[in-house]
Design a protein around this ligand. Structure first.
Ligand SMILES: *Cc1c(COP(=O)(O)O)cnc(C)c1O
Length: 486
């Protein structure tokens, strides 16, 4: 197993090696990567500004705002800017977190403990449309909360509020809506969900992780946007990422509460040990001030004028893609995107093959699996850098389809489906796992695991599996992937 080198190595040599290690990564800048990374389209200048701010606070420790008061000031500033953006009135409070997942986890933790205190609930449940982000399932899993999922309308992909009403039980603590949902980019009927929550004395969380920042600009630019923020009565908490469409470096999100009496349950203090007194707002204790300082700096630098300009180009790019896809017979936009996220499905071509062909043409577009009536599709997160690329993207979609189409429309191989149906996730053994990996092009006969260049094989397998089996396979895969270097 690799050890710490006996003699320290030089800076030049190490940075050369880091570049080499990174050579197969996706591009993070320039707009050819349509998920995971977000480029404002401001060129090197904005990246440099963010990096300067990040580095200047890299070594501060947000563990204790009494010794680093700068971080308290920056956090309260960023939370205020985020809350105003979401039309929050007086009394709204919140915290800076490392990402959407942490914001959502904090909201569920606070909601759980608030419901325990105020209503005596010991077996909490949340009602979650199937389009809500996986982070809610993760939070529920970590915090012992039961998830009750509800269907969505399969034309609009929006939450079915009647189904949510029927799912409420005496143990329900919270209803959830998305603004927008990641998969289809639509805003759930938030006013109706929030009213339902209010009438039943429940909390209502709106997940604005990806849509919350850009939607107010789209509204201002005249696009139709369903109301989703603190202006809606009954919304009790919100999550909004800054490291997506506020274009701040990764590790930046906010969680906001209408009422500090709920947020109080997010905080954790411990005086019952022999060391320093611990009082934490979020999961982490020791954490760098870099991401917070960078968020503060980027938000203040871009300002409403900068963000409006970026949103204008993003909206134009989104509309150009939607109308361009209209002319491509083999792809269909799912629902009516309200922000800048687009899902493309097909009856005539295997979308996972299209993803692979696009990769060969130097684009990353993201495969999404079929689930509960939402068939497998291709996801695009449009950014401020997208607009000039749209004609090329559309042209290359046509080329990719021309290559993928002869392989047929189906993603499922009948023999594979039969194999999958014979597997019980609870008793999956090494042999059947190895067989599946080979079928998905993920491993050699020697049991070595590799991340493949082409993902259509593995996507097809996961797409044909019931969710529990897919989850088991993914865990087994990662449990073999993360092993110490030889
Ligand atoms: C990205 C996203 C999240 C999770 O955020 P991370 O920053 O990746 O942890 C949650 N909800 C929605 C709608 C998202 O798009």
């Amino acid at each position: 197993m690799l050890g710490i080198p006996s003699l320290g190595r030089s800076e030049d040599e190490l940075f050369a090696e880091l570049d080499e290690i990174r050579s197969n990564d996706l591009d993070t800048k320039g707009g050819r990567t349509w998920a995971y990374v977000y480029d404002a389209g401001r060129g090197a200048e904005l990246f440099r500004l963010a990096e300067r701010a990040y580095l200047s606070f890299l070594h501060e420790n947000a563990l204790d705002p009494t010794v680093f008061p700068s971080l308290l000031k920056l956090e309260n500033d960023v939370v205020a800017m985020a809350a105003s953006h979401l039309r929050a009135g007086d009394g709204v409070v919140g915290n800076f977190t490392t990402g959407g997942t942490e914001s959502i986890m904090m909201a569920l933790k606070a909601g759980r403990d608030f419901a325990a205190e105020t209503r005596g609930i010991t077996s909490p449940q949340i009602v979650l449309p199937v389009t809500a982000h996986a982070a809610f399932h993760k939070a529920a899993h970590y915090f012992g909360i039961d998830v009750v999922t509800t269907p969505v309308d399969t034309m609009t992909w929006k939450a079915d509020v009647d189904a949510m009403a029927r799912a409420i039980t005496p143990d329900t603590i919270m209803l959830v809506g998305s603004a927008v949902s990641y998969a289809h980019g639509v805003v759930d009927p938030i006013p109706e969900i929030a009213a339902l929550a209010h009438d039943n004395n429940l909390l209502c969380h709106v997940d604005g992780c990806i849509g919350g920042f850009i939607l107010p600009y789209f509204r201002q630019l005249g696009a139709p946007v369903t109301d989703f923020d603190f202006a809606v009565p009954g919304v009790t908490s919100m999550s909004m990422d800054l490291h997506k469409y506020a274009y701040t470096p990764k590790g930046a999100s906010v969680v906001l509460y209408r009422d500090a009496a709920v947020r109080r349950h997010q905080l954790f203090a411990c005086a019952g040990w022999t060391g320093y007194t611990v009082i934490n707002t979020t999961f982490q204790s020791t954490k760098s001030g870099g991401a917070l300082a960078a968020a503060w700096t980027v938000m203040n630098h871009l300002g409403q004028d900068g963000y409006t300009d970026i949103a204008e180009r993003t909206l134009a790019a989104t509309r150009a893609i939607i109308s361009g896809i209209d002319d491509i017979d083999d792809l269909t936009v799912m629902g009516t995107p309200e922000a800048n996220l687009i899902a493309l499905s097909s009856d005539t071509v295997n979308v996972f093959e299209v993803v692979d062909e696009m990769r060969d043409l130097q684009w990353y577009v993201q495969p999404q699996l079929g689930f509960k009536g939402s068939r497998e599709n291709i996801h695009l997160s449009v950014s401020g850098a997208s607009l000039p690329l749209v004609p090329h993207l559309l042209e290359d979609f046509r080329s990719a389809i021309a290559i993928a189409k002869p392989k047929g429309p189906s993603v499922a191989d009948p023999a594979l489906v039969e194999l999958l149906e014979s597997i019980d996730p609870a008793t999956l053994d090494d042999d059947s796992f190895a067989q599946l990996l080979a079928a998905g092009g993920l491993g050699g006969d020697d049991g070595e695991i590799e991340v493949p260049d082409k993902t259509s094989g593995i996507s097809a397998i996961l797409n044909s599996c019931p969710a529990p089996l897919a989850e088991r396979l993914l865990v087994e895969f990662f449990n073999r992937l993360y092993v110490p270097t030889d």
